[in-house]
Design a binder for this molecule. Sequence first.
Ligand SMILES: *Cc1c(COP(=O)(O)O)cnc(C)c1O
Length: 423
Amino acid sequence: MLVTNTGAAALERNDSLIFEPDAVVEAAISLVSDMTEGLRLPERQGDMPLRIADYLAAFEIDDPLLVIDTDVVASNYMAMSRSLPVGRIFYAVKANPEHAVIAKLAALGSCFDTASRNEIDLCLAHAVTPDRISYGNTIKKQRDIEYAYARGVGLFAFDSDAELEKLAESAPGAMVYCRVLMECEGAEWPLSRKFGCEPEMALRLLVRAKELGLDPYGVSFHVGSQQTDLSQWDVALSRVAELFEDAEDLVVTLRMVNLGGGMPARYRSDVRPMEEYAGAIVNAISTNFKHGFPELIFEPGRSVVGDAGVIQAEVVLISRKSDNDEKRWVYLDIGKFSGLAETMDESIKYRFVTPHDGGKTGPVILAGPTCDSADILYEKVAYELPLDLKIGDKVQILSTGAYTTTYSAVAFNGFEPLQTVCI
Ligand SMILES: *Cc1c(COP(=O)(O)O)cnc(C)c1O
């Protein structure tokens, strides 16, 4: 049995709230070390995974290309699995749905968080059994719920009465969890108020789920993507623990907490290692759940694939707006509509590698190639690039494995969507 199923095994024995965390951690760690045997630890060349650097050096590449090192994907997954062995990992497919990424994670025993029929089909196509798939979108068409249920998916998210009614009708008896609203403070890519409901409402909905013949399995939250404030999990878990107690009073025993994603990739600022996140999360669980661990689900996206990818782009034009303009405008052949959507509001601040690194630098405004004035990457955030940078230079954009291809328009302004190669 795979380590990631320890929580489920405990649940089958119907004692999810009383299993010994220490024993589980120990057993899980030994299983993980068995699994990691033969797993390659990715070497690096400077800031880049070595295999990606080698690939880029070996091929002439004309258009923007995302290169994913699936060894880095595997190693990120294993690092998380190793530091959080008491939970099951459901990779958030939307972060990067490349076949090679899904195949690699499926082979390592990952479960999958999906948001649509196509994402479910993708996982099933990689022989992921439906008990390893969660339909985590709180906004689903009735016929898509039916579709998923017919294929054996039995785990669904919701955050409203209407969605619960859809589930009761099209997925009778399914395990359901209610998403609770969080503030997302400290997150560089907050998910705002679009998903989740207030805890009081979640409580009412979970009671109603039981009345409707569904299995009120637990609660989910997401502290916001690229979350840099470790205390946010404690804030969230204290709310969730309270909700568990209130539900118990209403004779609804919740068993599972889905902690969503939020762990970071490495952009311009340093981030704390996975182990520190795991430590903060485990601490927050022990302090808030005094009577034992509930079953845990994690849904990492960015932290699994972000650092595994590098985009190679090209400088199309360098210009100034006046003869004595201090800032150069650097236009790349990739922009907001062809993969770098997360530069919206200049939120995610990527790192750039150029052939002239180490030389003297000057301030730049970075922009994409399309005829849309929104296609500016960084104007307010201060970026400097080498003064020697010239038209035609290739630049590498680091940690671009997550939320790039999936956010790329089909061919806005005639620019092809971002292509990927997995190595
Ligand atoms: C996007 C998403 C995730 C992944 O979040 P990251 O911050 O990329 O780890 C996890 N769960 C849900 C429900 C999501 O929508």
